[in-house]
Design a protein around this ligand. Structure first.
Ligand SMILES: Cc1cc2nc3c(=O)[nH]c(=O)nc-3n(C[C@H](O)[C@H](O)[C@H](O)COP(=O)(O)O)c2cc1C
Length: 370
């Protein structure tokens, strides 16, 4: 592939609130290198290395909002407390110093958090109805007051992100974690305003977005990552067809989401079984008119869940099909996960036509912060 053929990836991106040098987004990837929840200089250097090698926008690893049961490891970064926020300030400065842009991914695991883990092992895990992803009762339903506290914690994190100089926020609403547990009928059987049909189940996310918006003002970008699939439930569906997807997306758009990050494992797969060759990001863009990010096995020959299930790496593949879809305007931005984890210079190598130098993704790459 020549430099020229990758041109679509290196077109600047301009939207009302967000301008990027190119279309490459680093996908959020939990690393577990922040002991005590504090990202230190090596975390800053890790992100800076990607920025100076031409990544247009970095979305950080999931970073925990201020709630006792948000996380399941003492090595995942917090997005609260003076030390952690000071660490994040160093990360922002390092990335900006290299000419990059960066947004934190705000994360709460919800009921999938293993009891007894994380910074507050005694705190009970929480979810909308106390149901786990298999639909089993493992806890109590959240009270309205507890839901209000969670929404406030997201909003506080958004305000802190803006204060620290981040370029926006991403809300983690995917993969079966807290926000997604409200979206999904298996984990949300509430009968109050946070539960009901698909549209009513967007209420929690919409209120989180609205509270974040109040905290950051009209001009600060808010991205929402969502997925059909859930951790361990890859056939799960929030929307069974495009009409349902439109219903699902409308209240989120109305609430103020600026960019939708549509998480799939293989970007080339059609979102629905309707004979239309559009993936989730393409449908989302078409239905909302908002910019979207696609993701899933870009440049790699195995999907990422094979790493978690079987500790498998992945080999390099061409990105011609991705470029064609991007060129057609099906989506606006492309998130790269493992390829960028394994090779900090992925973007620079693609830009300069140095594909032969690309490094494959190996499980060992997850053991270092290079
Ligand atoms: C080690 C690792 C950690 C991840 N952590 C997160 C995370 O914190 N938040 C998230 O939304 N997705 C997470 N993901 C999913 C990635 O963001 C991405 O969607 C997935 O790896 C597919 O992209 P890829 O095929 O380019 O790797 C993680 C993936 C990997 C491999």
């Amino acid at each position: 592939m020549s430099t020229n053929s990758a041109k679509a990836l290196f077109e600047p991106f301009r939207s009302a609130k967000l301008s990027l040098d190119n279309r490459i987004v680093m996908a959020p990837m939990t690393r577990g290198f922040s002991p005590g929840g504090v990202p230190s200089e090596d975390v800053a250097a890790y992100y800076k290395r990607r920025a100076e090698n031409g990544v247009g926008l970095i979305v950080t690893e999931g970073t925990l909002i201020n709630h006792p049961a948000a996380g399941a490891s003492t090595r995942w970064p917090h997005f609260y407390g003076a030390n952690a926020l000071n660490g994040w300030s160093g990360v922002v400065n390092a990335v900006h110093g290299a000419g990059g842009k960066i947004m934190p991914q705000l994360w709460h695991l919800g009921i999938t958090r293993k009891p007894g883990t994380g910074t507050n092992p005694d705190a009970p895990s929480v979810g909308p109805s106390g149901l786990n992803l298999a639909g089993e009762q493992v806890g109590e339903p959240l009270t309205e007051a507890e839901i209000a506290d969670l929404i406030a914690a997201y909003a506080q994190a958004a305000a802190d992100a803006k204060r620290l100089g981040f370029d926006g926020i991403e809300l983690h609403g995917a993969h079966g974690y807290l926000i997604d547990q409200f979206f999904w009928g298996v984990t949300n059987t509430r009968t109050d305003r946070f539960g009901g049909g698909l549209v009513k189940r967007t209420r929690f996310a919409a209120e989180v977005v609205e509270a974040c918006r109040r905290a950051v003002g009209p001009d600060f970008p808010i991205m929402l990552r969502f997925s059909q699939w859930k951790d361990g439930a890859y056939d799960a569906r929030l929307a069974k067809d495009a009409d349902e997807l439109a219903l699902f997306l409308q209240p989120l758009t109305d609430a103020g989401v600026d960019v939708f990050h549509c998480s799939t494992r293989r970007f080339w797969e059609p979102a629905f079984d309707d004979g239309v060759d559009l993936n989730l990001a393409a449908w989302t863009k078409k239905l909302t008119g908002k910019p979207t990010i696609t993701v899933g096995s870009v440049g790699l020959d195995l999907e990422f869940t094979r790493f978690f299930k079987e500790k498998k790496g992945a080999g390099i593949t061409g990105i011609e099909e991705l470029l064609e879809r991007l060129d057609r305007g099906e989506f606006d931005l492309v998130a790269i996960g493992r390829a960028l984890l394994g090779d900090p210079a992925w973007a620079a190598k693609i830009k300069e036509g140095r594909e032969s130098e690309l490094r494959p993704f190996t499980p060992e790459a997850t053991q270092t912060l290079y």
